[in-house]
Design a protein around this ligand. Sequence first.
Ligand code: HEC
Length: 206
Amino acid sequence: MHKAIHITHYISVCIFLAIYFVKTILLISNKEDTLTKFSKKIKIPEMIVSFLFLATGIYLLIQLQEIKMLLIIKIALVFLSIPIAVIGFKKRNKILGALSLLMITASFGLAEIAAKQTAKISKEAVAEDGTIKGAVLYQDNCVLCHGDNGKLGMSGAADISKTQMSQDSIRQVVLNGKGMMAKIQGLTPEQAAAIAAYVNTSIKGK
Ligand code: HEC
């Protein structure tokens, strides 16, 4: 379900941007008549796509438990670009038209950056003798989506209590991400290995 919404969001944003791109080019190149005709033809599909894009975006937003600065900038850009686009196209103002396209494209790019996860490493994660506590790192970085027992399934997360993966494959997922799960940045190989060992012994098969 979550995956389908994510994909719908991605596709509707792409179509939305493509329509916008064409409109902006027509506006900038003074093709008034073509722009009017194109806008008329595309009106209904554009409304559907915009609705899908906003509705799935809001759904994805509600699912997030932590809103990062980048995401706030992204949302602000999207919402600012809407009135600018409306006014720009109504008044046939090239600068506003181009500006709104730029803003919405930039916010799309920001989404990719915001998707990267940065590891949280609390003090308790490393014992005095230097051993790394996988359980603590799991609490810091994984429970948000997977829950204490691995079964939470937030943001479309897999139930890792049922995973068939080996400890080493789990380590690779932590280091490199997998499908919808973003790579967790900033973990050392030893920390990733400690998390994998914890998942393998205390969550998998439980
Ligand atoms: C932002 C949410 C999120 C966080 C945080 C997260 N995961 Fe995931 N995880 C996912 C999603 C979503 C999937 C499903 C990936 C797919 O198959 O598309 C997944 C899949 C996995 C899998 C693969 C399970 C399988 O059998 O396919 C493992 C293992 C895993 N996560 C371990 C971890 C560990 C360990 C951490 C902490 C270091 C972690 N995850 C943090 C969302 C998250």
